[in-house]
Design a protein around this ligand. Structure first.
Ligand SMILES: *Cc1c(COP(=O)(O)O)cnc(C)c1O
Length: 230
């Protein structure tokens, strides 16, 4: 099942990319394995998929040692500053940096272990009070501050728009994110990157996110099925 799902979604990603005149290779699929056991991740690896997303640091800590090295983990959950050490050690990208204090804590641990870590800045594009992320108008200032931290590499932006049962309704937020990124690029904030990342889109709306410029989509349910309850 997992293998077929991954193949189907990769096909859909290519279709959406072509439909919007983009190169399918510019879009990466993060298979969101949160709450699923390591055995499911291994099944996906057998289907030649190597990029995974996790929301809970405790789960990363438990599963990571069970997964062979070529697999990579993006952290996509809310990260508490007191968990920065584990995150810095065990993740390949933190997609949810939304404050200087957290980035500074990550940077300190990274310096100690002499590691450079990719991050994305999480933007609360829908100004949803229940969601993490920095308000769009403060994104530039935060990135300018983060640029002082030598062990983190700012690769782009990430967002979780407000939930909409009709995926078409998310298009507005995805477009706003692309416009924000373009504005920051025009201001010279991502000079060292050829194509800054835009992580947006989940199981029910990743195709629309791709049409609006996503370079990373995070898909859980459509690959692994409904998540077991906590
Ligand atoms: C759980 C989660 C996803 C995946 O959601 P699905 O609807 O299962 O595809 C993507 N992004 C984030 C930040 C998540 O927490």
């Amino acid at each position: 099942m997992i293998k077929e799902n991954i193949q189907r979604i990769k096909g859909e990603i290519s279709n959406s990319a072509r439909k919007s005149g983009r190169n399918p290779e510019d879009i990466r699929l993060v298979a969101v394995s949160k709450r699923f056991p390591a055995t499911k991740i291994l099944e996906a690896i057998q289907a030649k998929h190597l990029l995974f997303g996790e929301n809970y640091i405790q789960e990363v800590k438990e599963k990571r040692p069970l997964i062979p090295a070529p697999a990579r983990f993006h952290f996509i959950g809310h990260l508490q500053t007191n968990k920065a050490k584990i995150a810095a050690e065990s993740c390949d990208m933190i997609e949810t940096v939304d404050r200087f204090k957290l980035a500074n804590a990550l940077n300190k641990h990274l310096q100690k272990i002499d590691k450079k870590l990719e991050i994305l800045v999480q933007v609360n594009i829908g100004r949803d009070p229940g969601k993490s992320g920095i308000p769009p108008e403060n994104t530039e200032d935060l990135i300018l501050q983060l640029q002082q931290l030598k062990n983190i590499e700012i690769c782009g932006l990430m967002t979780i728009p407000p939930f909409e049962s009709d995926p078409e309704a998310s298009r507005y937020h995805f477009r706003k994110m692309r416009e924000l990124l373009e504005e920051l690029i025009a201001k010279g904030l991502f000079q060292e990157r050829k194509q800054p990342e835009l992580s947006m889109g989940m199981s029910n709306d990743y195709q629309i996110a791709i049409e609006e410029g996503a370079t990373i989509v995070r898909v859980g349910t459509a690959i692994f099925g409904n998540r077991p309850a906590l």
